[in-house]
Ligand binder design. Sequence first.
Ligand SMILES: Nc1nc2c(c(=O)[nH]1)N[C@H]1C(S)=C(S)[C@@H](COP(=O)(O)O)O[C@H]1N2
Ligand SMILES: [Mo]
Length: 305
Amino acid sequence: MANRYKSDLSWSDVTPAEVFFNRRKFMTGAAALAAGGIAGPAFAAASKFSTDEEPNKWDEITNYNNFYEFGTGKTDPSEYAGALTTSPWKIEIEGMVDKPGSYSYEDIMANMTVEERIYRFRCVEAWSMIIPWNGFELADLLNMVGVQDGAKYVAFETLVRPEEMWGQKRNFIPWPYREGLRLDEAMHPLTMMATGIYGKDIPNQNGAPMRLVVPWKYGFKSIKSIVKIRLTDEQPETSWNMINAPEYGFYSNVNPDVDHPRWSQASERRVGGGLLAKRIPTLKFNGYEEEVAGLYEGMDLAKFF
Ligand SMILES: Nc1nc2c(c(=O)[nH]1)N[C@H]1C(S)=C(S)[C@@H](COP(=O)(O)O)O[C@H]1N2
Ligand SMILES: [Mo]
């Protein structure tokens, strides 16, 4: 499957998979210097924000999903999301912006720079993966439409199309799936809109054609298949918070010190390690503390969970 919008930064065009997977060893080894000429473009593409942990396999990333529009089982999205029509695709951008309107996927991509970001991804259910996303910084899209003074939050919505998303025939979530960020969180360089994984178009089950990725927050903040973005001065309603506010806060920053009311958040299970693999400690802000702690200075993280 070809990338719809090829980036000159995509590793897959220039780097054999073995080099990609062994990058850390490769770079620290003596061979790194000698082979640097060959692998140079991929190294240049490696974002300073990328982790050097080994990414999960494509099959793990695309067959163990949460996308309740297609059912609540982990393999439901890979089984049923093929029914979703993702082209043509439009995103309504509205509210406190200079250039509100209905933007097609193509309108947006023509103005964005796609790069690769290898991020940790931590679900509130305490499983995690390492995912090599392709996408652009959300800030670039917000700057494209011009955020007006006074805007404080960004609200997002997934599409409603029960004909194609059978899970929407049940109302345990008040559709559309909704999420939101504070404007400074949305503008943070770590926050991205993902359009690919491993250099391929993002599969439907992972949120095609465009989904949010906020790597220091629990996975449910990373809303999939977005059709609406609204700039507002009021904290928007978010789906999991609407369903169960005591368990799912608006912030939902990954925090090993603040347990979910029904389970510990101190550790996590890395998908692909096997069910008997040792759990690994969960990192504050999912390991992005240095980059994002400043956003929450002076805030009580147990209160604003
Ligand atoms: N529209 C929508 N977005 C969603 C969800 C969902 O059910 N619907 N699930 C969330 C949850 S709980 C997680 S953990 C991640 C999972 O992303 P992945 O399947 O790409 O790993 O998507 C998030 N985004
Ligand atoms: Mo999740």
